[in-house]
Ligand binder design. Sequence first.
Ligand code: 3PG
Length: 210
Amino acid sequence: MTHHALSAVLAGARLLPVLTVPSVASAGPLAEALATGGARCAEVTFRTPQAEQVVKVMAAHGGLTVGAGTVLTTEQAERAVAAGARFLVSPGFDIEVVDKGRELGVPVVPGAATATELMHALKAGLDTVKLFPAEPLGGIGTLRALAAPFPQMGFVPTGGIGPEQMSAYLAHPAVLAVGGSWLATRAHLERGAYDEIRRLTAEAVERTAP
Ligand code: 3PG
């Protein structure tokens, strides 16, 4: 497989927990639950005002490579990287965010849902995209069809994926990792269900084994 900038950062991790964290107080116990469950990376979405602080706390835990998700602007990209984000994920393709990530020296993984968006990503010199929203788009069948004309591209499918769907994606050679929020939902965090987060993570990590 070709070398992907994101793979270097993820260091072979194939499960990317996508987190929307409602309070900074959750960040430490959440990092601990994910890491003890066997996760090695996490994406903190910039959908809450405290996302930056959450990145900071989770990165300081030391057991996870932490990135930022839902990065829509260059300003968010700057704040995320300053807080300790080692990669940036966007739901769609924005060349300014891509260029900012490059300037900051971190991999940027834009969302792509069509062949045209994949061509934009390729033209921008990218080697990895997030197939988003993977399940509503048609799941593994759509990934297979979109990956075929872009043999150089790596994919991180995300959106609607749960434990039942993940193995089919991971079996595709173009898939670096699968992303999903089912491991630690807002509801889990609101009720402090860290044991459940650890158990769901451990079960999912188990499914990433070849
Ligand atoms: C994301 O931003 O990557 C998605 O919201 C995660 O998708 P999921 O919530 O369906 O797992």
